[in-house]
Design a protein around this ligand. Structure first.
Ligand SMILES: Nc1nc2c(ncn2[C@@H]2O[C@H](COP(=O)(O)OP(=O)(O)OP(=O)(O)O)[C@@H](O)[C@H]2O)c(=O)[nH]1
Ligand SMILES: [Mg+2]
Length: 330
């Protein structure tokens, strides 16, 4: 893969970002064909230890410490233990979203936002226990920092922004969804939409998935001893990688077509011209083969991700420019 995929995860302090990432690392590991590998083995061990503490621990010992700095994690998504896609992920120190813009942390975050291929916005379910109304919307948007997160999209570099036939994936992750078990899912999804109106504006081009996740349904009642039964932890990463690869496949397909057209023109000329251009024809032939191999590889990765996603999309909603859509997985 030519360029490393970058994912930026934003969310208030204590919204569950680190727990989600640690859980996802093991959740994907546990599924039958996929696994995640931390590029740095020590990092992998640290994540596994953090997860063991969450599963086996009790009380305060159980949970990872709050972040005192931004951390970039490097992962490889593997299929049958073979590396497929490299990606990195910025776990952002939630509390620094309110830092002054001159702060180094904020500058780092903006630079990362500019180069990102997908955003995760984490909103804790504890803010969505009750319906969002005109009267409480502002308060909830401020408390959950939803009002600040969307702003980072304006730093996205121009070539990454959505355009005609090009989308940019954003996953709004409702973390700690166990707080909302009593709520009707449809109503909850509508409430989440109210918190990010620009992402659902017509013709905006944003591709948005709303995905509820939890580490366990007992945790809302009992954080210290509640059972760990993770739900949906692998969906956000599978979806964002699927979208990025689908985009790559589209541009690789265009490249293949472009080379084919150039070859067609040269090969349909008369014999003398063909002879004169023989070196160029050979070079284009080689370029076409290379582009074709790359496209086939991308399509193969997409198919693998489809298998993982197809059984999990039912608990999520996906919107393009504010319209609910179904992703065609076949
Ligand atoms: N009810 C419930 N609580 C959770 C869940 N996941 C995490 N928590 C709790 O939320 C706390 C904060 O989670 P973290 O993952 O550390 O939060 P964070 O967003 O990384 O916070 P910062 O590092 O401060 O930005 C944990 O210590 C747990 O007590 C969940 O699925 N349900
Ligand atoms: Mg954290």
């Amino acid at each position: 893969m030519s360029e490393k995929i970058k994912i930026l995860m934003l969310g208030d302090s204590r919204s569950g970002k680190t727990c989600f990432m640690v859980g996802m690392y093991t959740a994907i590991q546990d599924s039958s064909t996929f696994s995640l590998k931390a590029t740095d083995p020590d990092e992998g061990i640290r994540l596994t230890l953090l997860w063991s503490a969450i599963v086996d621990g009790t009380g305060d010992e159980r949970w990872p410490p709050t972040a005192d700095q931004n951390t970039i994690y490097n992962f490889e998504l593997c299929y049958a233990y073979k590396p497929l896609i490299d990606f990195e992920w910025l776990d952002y120190r939630g509390s620094s979203m309110l830092d002054l813009s001159s702060d180094d942390n904020v500058r780092e975050l903006r630079d990362y936002a500019a180069e990102s291929n997908g955003f995760f916005f984490c909103i804790s379910g504890k803010y969505l226990k009750d319906p969002v109304t005109d009267a409480n919307l502002q308060k909830i948007a401020i408390q959950s920092k939803a009002n600040l997160m969307g702003k980072y999209l304006q730093y996205l570099s121009i070539d990454r922004r959505p355009a005609r036939k090009k989308s940019f994936p954003i996953i709004i992750i409702v973390t700690q969804y166990d707080y909302c078990y009593r709520r009707e899912k449809r109503e909850l999804m509508e409430d989440v939409k109210k918190m990010f109106p620009p992402l659902f504006a017509p013709n905006s081009g944003w591709l948005v998935m709303i995905c509820p996740i939890t580490l366990g349904k007992e945790l809302a009642q009992d954080k210290d001893n509640g059972k760990i039964e993770p739900k949906n932890l692998d969906v956000p990463v599978a979806f964002v990688l699927y979208c990025i690869l689908a985009e790559q496949a589209r541009s690789q397909q265009q490249e293949v077509r472009k080379i084919e057209d150039q070859l067609d023109i040269l090969e349909s000329s008369n014999l003398i011209k063909k002879w004169i251009n023989r070196a160029e024809i050979r070079a284009l032939d080689r370029k076409l083969k290379k582009a074709d191999i790359q496209l086939k590889k991308t399509i193969q990765m997409i198919k693998i991700l489809e298998q993982d996603l197809s059984s999990n999309l039912s608990s999520t909603d996906i919107y393009l420019s504010g319209k609910k859509i179904k992703i065609d997985l076949n």
